[in-house]
Write a protein that binds this ligand. Structure first.
Ligand code: C2O
Ligand code: CU
Length: 489
């Protein structure tokens, strides 16, 4: 049986796997990993870094047969990687060419709530939204995706997601692999089901309660991908852009790799490990070392979900899935050894402090309340630090994401956080009945009428209303009333 067949479409020759998965359940890696185009924008007359993004429908040849209808930015699936230096002022002109309203949320970005792209900033069809903010936060791998209330899962699943890389030249960048698409490689992971005519199957099984779990992985929109490795060390920027699935990334021969960064930036020091768990929305930067001619597969092993959920099978917790094959060339460019230290450790507080707010995740609600666009749940003072405790009391896995800032993990079940939680985070997995304490700072932008969101990033849960709203106010100012979007389409 031939492993691949050449078919011709639109004048171009395409290589397809006749079967993406062999008899042992392993993927045959037949497609070169697509690298999202890098966008560095242009400078306008006042020195601002300006990007143009178009939200639109497209299609992609993902499997033999018909192309799959997709959504995305610019070319219609996923989106360009935006890249900006700390200190710059950013403008993104987002034009909505879809037939319905959407939003674009800058996940992990510190910015005023009106620029955040949450459910209160809909962009109606044909309109252009131009958020602008001064970028001031450490180097990190952030991302962007729609956030229309009740429809985030659908928009993201159709393919609307892109990376936003922040560089911090003034911090004296540590010597890390940094050639985009060569030894510094985006790895955007989404799991899909295919239905009739190769369409994405959007049906959400009611059994399981976590939302869509796909049986086929796309990495940067590529099925069964491989990446040609040309340097001794390769940095992978992993983004879990999936709706529901939590991954346990590891390498097929068990070799360790270095975890160097998490959601909000670089770790204090590289952490050598053989597994990294990523729930939806989380990112990890890892560095893999290879010898000439080696091949190794980045694979997802059943993640440590921290408890027996009512069934791990329907939560995807039992699955082992191939992600990406790394193929080393016969000769590899030397890479410098990893630095011993990478960034300053977050210093917001220690585990002993008083808890300012508790969040109980249960029954698709937070603290017994479902999302209400017109209700602000609480206000926090600008330039204050609070300690929050988040506990999953449910029989389902959840995580917890906070908009507009980043946080430090103080403790997990009363114990000091493990090294992989020792850096900045904006989304954290919440094991069952395990209190997670975080210290969170609200710098910069006060606005009593424009809420930031906090929510579970399993998008089915978020869309069902497992989300709340807070505002940042000047000290002593009470929360106002959310400005309701009036142009939602
Ligand atoms: Cu990644 Cu509220 O979002
Ligand atoms: Cu959840």
């Amino acid at each position: 049986v031939p492993a691949v067949a050449a078919i011709s479409a639109g004048g171009a020759a395409w290589l397809w796997a006749t079967a993406d998965v062999d008899t042992a359940g392993r993927v045959r890696f037949v497609n070169r990993l697509a690298i999202p185009p890098l966008a560095t924008g242009r400078r306008d007359g006042s020195g601002r870094r300006v990007f143009e993004l178009r939200a639109r429908a497209g299609n992609r040849r993902l499997r033999p047969g018909r192309p799959t209808p997709t959504w995305g930015f610019d070319d219609g699936h996923l989106g360009p990687t935006l890249r900006v230096d700390r200190g710059e002022t950013v403008v993104v002109n987002v034009r909505n060419e879809l037939a319905e309203a959407t939003t674009v949320h800058w996940h992990g970005m510190h910015l005023p709530a009106v620029m955040d792209g949450g459910p209160h900033q809909p962009i109606r069809p044909g309109a252009t939204w131009s958020p602008t903010w001064r970028l001031d936060q450490p180097a990190a791998t952030l991302w962007y995706h729609p956030h229309p209330h009740g429809r985030t899962g659908q928009h993201v699943y159709r393919g609307m997601a892109g990376l936003f890389i922040v560089d911090d030249p003034a911090a004296g960048s540590p010597d890390l692999p940094g050639r985009y698409g060569v030894d510094d490689v985006p790895v955007i992971v989404q799991d899909k089901n295919f239905g009739d005519d190769n369409r994405f199957d959007e049906s959400t099984p009611l059994i399981g309660g976590v939302g869509i779990l796909g049986d086929t992985l796309l990495v940067n929109g590529t099925v069964a991908p491989y990446h040609d490795v040309t340097a001794e060390r390769t940095r992978l920027r992993l983004l879990n852009a999936s709706n529901a699935r939590t991954y346990g990334f590891g390498l097929s021969d068990g070799r360790p790799f270095a975890l160097i960064g998490t959601d909000g930036g670089l770790l204090p020091a590289p952490h050598l490990t053989d597994r990294v768990r990523l729930s939806p929305g989380e990112r990890a930067e890892i560095v893999v070392t290879m010898r000439p001619d080696e091949r190794v597969v980045l694979r997802s092993y059943p993640p440590d979900l921290g408890a027996d959920f009512w069934t791990s099978r329907v939560t995807g917790g039992d699955d082992t899935m191939d992600v990406l094959e790394l193929r080393a060339a016969g000769g590899l460019t030397p890479s410098p050894a990893l630095p011993g230290t990478l960034a300053e450790a977050p210093g917001l507080g220690s585990a002993g402090g008083r808890v300012d707010r508790g969040f109980e995740l249960s029954g698709f609600e937070i603290n017994g309340r479902a999302m209400d666009m017109s209700r602000i749940d609480f206000g926090v003072g600008r330039d204050t630090t609070e300690i929050w405790e988040v506990t999953n009391l449910d029989v389902l896995p959840h995580n917890f994401h906070v908009h507009g800032t980043r946080f430090q993990v103080l403790s997990v079940n009363g114990a000091a956080p493990p090294p992989e939680l020792g850096g900045w985070k904006d989304t954290i997995y919440t094991p069952r009945e395990t209190p997670v304490r975080i210290a969170i700072r609200f710098g910069g932008h006060a606005d009593p009428d424009s809420p930031y969101m906090f929510h579970c990033h399993l998008l089915f849960h978020e869309d069902l209303g497992m989300m709340g709203q807070f505002v940042v106010t000047e000290p002593g100012v009470l929360p106002g009333r959310p400005v309701m979007p009036h142009d939602a389409g």
